[in-house]
Structures are given as C-alpha cells and as structure tokens.
Design a protein around this ligand. Structure first.
Ligand code: F6P
Length: 522
C-alpha cells in the first residue's frame, strides 16, 4: 500500500498550530531562555550526538502540536512502509530502501518477492575485496604498477555523496589520491587528467542509468585519453563501473567482473551507502566505510523506533516546517564548524531540494502551501567573515543548523577552543542579539558618546534568530554516517508531512531534453 494522502493544512493539528502561531509568533528566544531547564528540556542525545534545539521560537505547546501533526498524517505508517520496502516512490513505481544497505539485521527484506539482503552482503564483500586489493597494491595496472590515483566519474548522487564523504573523512585517508569528475564542462575533466598517469590510475564510472550525458561524455573522453597510451585489452585493469545498466557498461568495454551493482530501490541521492560509495571505501579503507554504514544504521534505528517527541530527525523536520510554513522562512543554513565538512551543504542541496522541491501533492494537485526548503551554507568560521552579516542583521529569517565536534582530530587545542567559542558565540549572538541599551552603554564606555546618535541603530542586533546545535564528540566515519542519515530522515519526514513524493525528480528532465534538442540543431 502506498503512502497515505493527507493534506497537512486540512488537519486538526494544522488549525491548532495556526491559532497557536497567531498567539505566540512574537515570542522571543531571549525570554524563553530564561525558563528553568529550557536547555535540558529542549535537547536530545543519541550516544556521541547531542542536539540542543532550545534556541528556537517554540514552547512545549508548539512541540506538542507539531508532534500531533506528525501523528495525524500518520508518519509512523510512512516510516514502517519505507523500512519494510513498500513501493512508496509511487511515481517511479519503486521501493525506497537505502536503509537496507546499512542494515545489519538478518531479517529478510523482500523486493518483488525476493530477499535483497544477500545481494547487499555480496556487494559489500565485493567492495571489500576490491578495495583491499587496490589499497594493498596487489591490483596492478597494465604495466604492472600499483594504483596511485582513483577518479570517480559521475554526477549528482553519483558524485556529490562520495565526494563529500571522501573530503569529510580526509583525516582517515590512505595513500591513494582521489579525484572527482562531474561537470560536462571539458575543462573540468581536462584539469583532472592533466597530471594523471594512465599506468597507475583507476577510473570508477558511477552511473545508475549509464546514460547520463555528463558522465558518459567524461568517461568517453577519459577512455580516449587512456587509449593513447594503452590498448582496449588494458581497460579491465583501469575501468570499473557502478550501474544498473549492465548492457551499456558492457558496450563501454568494462569487464563484467568489474561491475558493481546498483539497484532501482536506491535513489541516486541516497546511494553513497551502495557501491556508489566505492571511492569512499578505496579512499579510507573498507573498515572505515563499514563504520560509516554502521553510524547510519544507528540513526535509522533511532528514527524508526523512537517516539516522535524524542526523535532527532523528526524534531528537526518539524522545526523546519514550523519556520517554513508558519513563519514563512524561505531558506535554511547548514553551518558546519569543521573544514572537513566543506562539501556538506552542496551534498544536502541535492538531497533536500531534489527530494522536496515539489509543487504537486500525492493527488497530483497543485500545492497551496510551501514545500521544499532552500538550503545553503558554508563552514565556520569562514562564513562569519562572509555571509553571516545578513543572517545576523538582514531582513530575512534564516534558521540555521550549527554542526560541531567537541574534539578536533589533530589536537591543536588552542585552535579548537577558538573554533568552538565561535560556534557557541554565533548561536548566542543570533538568539540574544544586542539591545539599544547595550549598544548605548558600550559606546559610552568606549568614550564614543558623540557617535551614539548616529551609530546606535546600526549596531543593534535584534536577535531572536533560531538555531540548532548539532554536536558530536568527534568526526569519525561512524559519526559522519549518523549525521548524513539524520538529514535523510529529516527529508523523508518533511516529504511525508507535505504530502509530496520525495523520491522522484522529474523537474530535472525538461532542461536535459531541451539541451539534447539544441545539441542536435548545432
Ligand atoms: O539530475 C538527476 C539525476 O537523475 C540525479 O538524481 C542523479 O543522482 C544523477 O542524475 C545521476 O544519475 P546517474 O547515476 O543515472 O548517472
């Protein structure tokens, strides 16, 4: 059975939320913060992860009503349907089972009457043995040399996830150098191959469909470049593929033994947990790759089993709906205080916006409420010197997730103390601001009394700007898996509440078609 079809705005909870919003819309985080135990009551923990969402324009009543909304649209039923492999991607007639890729349970999971768990295990074994061979140097190129460089050729979900995770787990990397080619812009591929040695480079072509213009163009260009020094008989030693389209892979010349599976029940933007993540396993080793999956599973189980009011992805999704649909916030910022996570915002842009950027509901009717949030961001502290001016003093309401780590990886304590002081300082500044009185006093103390009349309004921070503190002990493969899985479930929850189909992406097609037509006329 498909997902239920309930217009959220027609629920009782929505009416109550509307009234409640009218009552409390002018509440101030500064006042809320004075409540005893506010921080404890508005924080959640999951082992090494804690989420403090006390700096939001919400009361207990807001949370209760948002949870009531989740119950009224039967989020529980949707979660069960997703995990158990129902065809919830109705418009494409597919199951949505990225969670199965990281499940360690032996319980069979049927797709089309067939248990998929053995295929998943077999793919993991293949990833493991291949990664081990390449990393250990046993896998030889066509002149007998070991591999030094990996090039992932893919785009969208076949690029962003692996690229983001490889960058995030750089600390755990081995001796192999990993490159990513995605854009059809020939300068991209040219820049990547210019310093590569065909004798020691392994190309991983990742494309679920194996028809994507960008990926196939880049793969062909690279093959031609490779064949300037080698022969077609050398291709199996240097090209492997991850795809569902075995025929196209075969036509490309890739040895069947070097094809890693992908499945229709895994969406592109949720596929880094499959062999699409091969370049991750090659870069940080299979054990770290497995730890990433284990972290994701930990979050899966939390999401699946925890009550909504203590469920981290559900709470973050509901808060996002509160701002998007009641306060009219247009965007959300994701702000990791770790340079390793510099590619997370771009990754989340695809995951969130390709999933929930939908304007028709599950009836196919035009939607009259706001759906998909626009997500953007960059790393702290760099962004403090860039766009944070607008977040602090601009006219827009921008709820922000601040992602941080208690410990740094290299242990430069002095740096880490400064980094985390900024992490907390920014959230306090956003929430509590600086009043006229405070600015007045500050200028007076500084002996700038003459300037008070002219400068005062420009130095005031109105505050009351919401944020969530998402804090891990340490950046590890496991905590990274947990973080990504958290956002995946947030996306799913929001799609369920907005009564849309989150797992298709027809909106990317028209531009592709028109580009093809234009190409033919050239
Ligand atoms: O841009 C649309 C899209 O289908 C994404 O959803 C997907 O991740 C990407 O293209 C790449 O697709 P493929 O893996 O089939 O090359």
């Amino acid at each position: 059975m498909a997902l239920k079809n309930i217009n959220p705005t027609k629920t009782n909870a929505w009416s109550k939320l509307t009234n409640h919003f009218n009552d409390i819309q002018n509440i101030n985080i500064k006042d809320l913060d004075k409540e005893p135990n506010r921080k404890e009551e508005f924080s959640l923990k999951l082992n090494d992860l804690s989420v403090d969402f006390s700096k939001n324009r919400i009361t207990k009543e807001t949370l209760n009503l948002l949870v009531e909304l989740a119950k009224e649209v039967d989020l529980k039923d949707a979660v069960e349907k997703q995990f158990s492999g129902e065809v919830i991607n109705v418009t494409e007639g597919r199951e949505v089972l990225h969670t199965a890729l990281r499940s360690t349970s032996d319980e069979p999971l049927l797709v089309g009457g067939k248990n998929i768990k053995p295929q998943i295990q077999a793919a993991l074994r293949k990833i493991k043995s291949f990664s081990n061979k390449v990393i250990s140097g046993k896998w030889k190129g066509y002149t007998g040399k070991s591999i030094t460089d990996i090039v992932n050729i893919g785009i969208g979900g076949s690029d962003l996830g692996p690229d983001m995770v490889v960058e995030s787990l750089k600390y755990y990397k081995n001796q192999l150098t990993t490159h990513f080619v995605s854009n059809v812009d020939g300068d991209h591929v040219s820049e990547v191959i210019k310093n590569l040695d065909p004798e020691t480079t392994l190309f991983v072509i990742v494309s679920k469909t194996f028809t994507t213009q960008e990926t196939i163009s880049n793969a062909e260009t690279i093959k031609n470049w490779f064949l300037k020094s080698a022969t077609i008989f050398d291709i199996p030693k240097h090209f492997v593929a991850v795809s569902t389209n075995l025929e196209a892979v075969d036509n490309f010349g890739i040895d069947k033994a070097n094809v890693f599976p992908m499945w229709n029940w895994v969406g592109g933007r949720f596929s880094l947990w499959s062999a699409v993540g091969l370049s991750i396993s090659l870069s940080v080793g299979y054990d770290n790759y497995k730890a990433l999956l284990e972290g994701a599973e930990e979050m899966d189980l939390h999401f699946k089993n925890e009550d909504f009011d203590t469920n981290i992805p559900v709470i973050l999704a509901l808060l996002s709906i509160w701002y998007n649909n009641f306060y009219g916030a247009e965007t959300e910022a994701v702000l990791p205080y770790s340079q390793y996570l510099s590619k997370l915002p771009a990754y989340l842009q695809q995951a969130i916006m390709e999933s929930n950027g939908k304007g028709v509901d599950r009836n196919g009717d035009a939607i009259e409420y706001q759906t998909g949030t626009i997500v953007w961001g960059s790393t702290g502290t760099n962004m403090q010197h860039a766009f944070m001016q607008l977040v602090h003093q601009g006219t827009k309401l921008i709820p922000a997730d601040f992602i941080g780590y208690k410990e740094s990886l290299y242990g430069l304590d002095d740096h880490h103390k400064k980094l985390m002081a900024n992490y907390y300082g920014q959230m306090d500044a956003l929430a509590f601001g600086k009043t006229k009185e405070e600015v007045h006093l500050e200028l007076k103390v500084a002996g700038d009394e003459a300037k008070i009349a002219t400068l005062l309004p420009f130095k005031v921070f109105e505050g009351n700007r919401p944020s969530n503190a998402i804090l891990f002990e340490k950046l590890t493969p496991r905590s990274m898996g947990k973080l990504i899985s958290l956002y995946e479930h947030k996306i799913f929850t929001q799609g369920v509440l907005w009564n849309i189909y989150s797992y298709d992406q027809f909106g990317v097609e028209l531009g592709k078609e028109l580009a093809k037509k234009l190409l033919k006329t050239q």
